[in-house]
Design a protein around this ligand. Structure first.
Ligand code: SAH
Length: 352
């Protein structure tokens, strides 16, 4: 590639977003610019959210114009395809990537926090029966910069610093391990989001939970359990056939041993499927003695899925059984329900 041609995607020139300060400095020098501009570029990219060289007003005009006419590298930012605000303050985004694929991202403000629910893949291969993303099939993994970009975009549009990140958008993060790790490192080190404020949610992939534990991060691991028995779990999660509940729980135990951190078990309550008092008992038995927390998510209705949201009474009974068994439990109340809040739903409607 000569300096004056656009990078061909086939040559895999990495975009600037996702690069370290040292790598950015190297690039700046390769463009015939002084070293100190590397630090400026780093600050503008990660703190000010610059989308192109033209945005960086401390750079010489001649360089900015020359770059605009002949970009030698991509910044790695997406385009906002759709932005929807809901009455409760949640803001949903569909972001268009360089190859035209669309991903969903949600910004959830609460008093002093701004949480971003990020996607790790375009679509998802896990095909969980109650999940909107699972119904849409799988396209590809997201690159590191495409994960980071979601956070910068929400920060820019909502004009508030992002404080928390949950990998609970589209996709299965542990199937995109390297890019997940790369993105977490940048979000933490270069954007300043504390590891303790980051949660990675997984439905469980063989070998990946111990692998994640061995990264020794301070990040919270959430495991989508959804059932207290193999039989019910396999009914809603096809991949449970290949990775039975017993093996998953063994890996969770290993995770706790390696990291000393507790696990957050997510449990989507589906009326008549997994929401009975007996199943709450069974769940309490399954995770007894475990350093954990249970996060109940009343099912959020999705088109094409044949499930019902449990009644308030069933939810409260489920909670009480767990509390009586001294299990830490909370109920996640879905916000922004009227704007198709469950991740994956908005994209499903806008790409049909
Ligand atoms: N693949 C990861 C991230 C998925 S989304 C995982 O499975 O954990 C984060 C959580 O939302 C998961 O626990 C998922 O099961 C849950 N979820 C998906 N669709 C839902 C729906 N319609 N209602 C309630 N929870 C849902």
């Amino acid at each position: 590639m000569t300096a004056n041609t656009l990078p061909n995607p086939a040559t895999k020139v990495l975009p600037l977003l996702g690069r370290s300060q040292a790598e950015l400095t190297e690039w700046v020098e390769s463009q015939g610019q002084p070293r100190y501009r590397g630090k400026q570029l780093y600050e503008w990219l990660y703190e000010k959210g610059a989308r192109s060289l033209a945005d960086i007003t401390v750079f010489p005009k001649a360089w900015r114009e020359q770059f605009a006419a002949n970009p030698t590298v991509d910044f790695g930012r997406s385009q906002i395809h759709l932005h929807k605000q809901t009455r409760d303050g949640t803001e949903k985004f569909l972001l268009k990537l360089a190859d035209g694929e669309i991903v969903e991202t949600v910004g959830i403000p609460t008093s002093k926090r701004l949480t971003v629910c990020v996607s790790s893949q375009v679509g998802c291969p896990m095909a969980c029966d109650f999940c909107a993303t699972g119904k849409g099939g799988f396209q590809r993994n997201l690159a590191k910069h495409e994960i980071i970009d979601q956070v910068l975009t929400v920060q820019e549009v909502m004009q508030q610093r992002v404080s928390h990140i949950v990998f609970m958008g589209m996709g299965e993060p542990l199937l995109n391990f390297e890019n997940l790790m790369g993105a977490i490192a940048v979000l933490n080190k270069d954007i300043g989001i504390g590891q303790r404020n980051i949660t990675v949610s997984t439905v469980g992939i063989p070998n990946q939970i111990p692998r994640f534990a061995n990264e020794h991060l301070q990040v919270t691991l959430a495991v989508s359990l959804h059932a207290p028995s193999q039989q019910v779990r396999a009914q809603v999660i096809p991949s449970a056939d290949r990775y039975p509940l017993i093996a998953l729980m063994d890996d969770c135990r290993e995770y706790v041993e390696i990291t000393g951190r507790r696990i957050s078990f997510e449990y989507t309550l589906l009326a008549g499927v997994n929401d009975s008092a007996e199943q709450a008992q069974e769940l309490a038995y399954l995770i007894r003695g475990f350093q954990s927390h249970v996060n109940l998510i009343p099912y959020n209705p999705v088109t094409d899925a044949d499930y019902q949201r449990p009644t308030e009474k069933a939810i409260q009974t489920f909670v009480r059984v767990l509390e009586d068994a001294r299990i830490a439990v909370s109920v996640r109340r879905t916000r922004g329900l009227e704007a198709d809040a469950a991740c994956g739903q908005l994209r499903g409607q806008h790409t049909k």
